[in-house]
Design a binder for this molecule. Structure first.
Ligand SMILES: C[S@@+](CC[C@H](N)C(=O)[O-])C[C@H]1O[C@@H](n2cnc3c(N)ncnc32)[C@H](O)[C@@H]1O
Length: 292
């Protein structure tokens, strides 16, 4: 992780403005480091804003929405893919009280910090955070009750490999729940279509979303079905994510204040545009399915 300011400055410069230099997913998260949107924890998600007033509340609400959708509860073995700094795992261990949470994350710097957070919370016995990929799970067949992935599956190479692995590790009757980002359906209006193209491509290039993960909800469901899942329900929750987040960030400048100068400039410029235009190409879904 670039810890000196100059190195970080040039890291951001290269990331944001050099079209010929893409970063790997782990490099993106190393660069972002602990610059979380939240104030009290280190969540790296956009939040679920229904009845939430702050980004801290919204990030927790998103984690709880995923857990509740999967029926997480006592006795469950949960596999959390892409756990960031582990805040959601600590929240679930305290509120939903599953038997065990195993986490997989590919970003080494986050794994180290997340393990420290779990140790500080005194939860090492129930939370086991590992370094590893959601597309090659070091987990036995049929050993898990619930697989969850909070705002992470769009990164995987590929999401289909993740679905296949999730199916393998789940016991019959086990569930897969994702909070995930997919593109919006192309508008008939050429100007709107241009906005959609720009917003998707900006996010996909900067956050390393592989082209093979670019498809709409019906294809998402088809791929889950092809992996063997049934009772598939993928619902857009975008109205409770992007617009309220945009409104919050335009008013509360705490997060923007944490950004290096160039990233701050880009963020401030986006606040002058309506959310519907900034996020035109991005849908946000909550998906739940079951292994028969
Ligand atoms: C946007 S962050 C979300 C973190 C966390 N779920 C949260 O809500 O705060 C995406 C996370 O996915 C992780 N990730 C990306 N690709 C992964 C993969 N193939 N396997 C496991 N984790 C991955 C990243 O390291 C990062 O922690």
């Amino acid at each position: 992780m670039p810890d000196n300011t100059i190195e970080r400055f040039f890291g951001y410069l290269n990331w944001l403005f050099n079209p010929f230099h893409g970063l790997k997913t782990t490099e993106v998260y190393d660069l972002i480091g602990e610059t979380s949107l939240t104030g009290n924890a280190l969540y790296l998600n956009l939040g679920y804003w229904r009845d939430a007033a702050t980004i801290d509340e919204a990030s927790e609400k998103l984690a709880l929405l995923v857990a509740e959708r999967g029926g997480m509860g006592p006795g469950d073995t949960v596999l959390d893919c892409g756990y960031g700094f582990g805040d959601q795992d600590i929240l679930w261990a305290r509120k939903m009280k599953p038997e065990k949470i195993i986490g997989l994350n590919i970003t080494h710097s986050q794994v180290e910090r997340a393990r420290m957070n779990v140790a500080d919370a005194g939860l090492e016995k129930s939370i086991d955070l590992r370094e590893g990929s959601a597309t090659e799970m070091p987990i036995g067949d049929g050993s898990v009750d619930l697989v969850v992935s909070v705002e992470s599956a769009f990164h995987y190479g590929s999401r289909e490999d993740f679905f296949r692995e999730a199916y393998r590790v789940l016991r019959p009757g086990g569930r897969l729940v994702t909070a995930d980002i997919v593109p919006t359906k192309n508008s008939e209006n050429p100007f709107r279509r241009m906005e959609q193209w720009i917003s998707w491509n900006l996010v996909a290039t900067k956050f390393n979303i592989p082209e093979e993960n670019r498809y709409l909800v019906p294809s998402y469901d088809e791929k889950l079905s092809k992996a063997g899942f049934v009772h598939i329900d993928t619902t857009s929750i975008r109205d409770d994510v992007y617009a309220p987040l945009h409104e919050f960030l335009s008013k509360d400048r705490t997060f923007v204040g944490k950004l290096p100068p160039l990233a701050k400039m880009l963020a401030l410029a986006s606040f002058n545009r309506p959310a519907e235009s900034v996020y035109a190409g991005l849908d946000y879904v909550l998906s739940c399915s079951e292994k028969p």
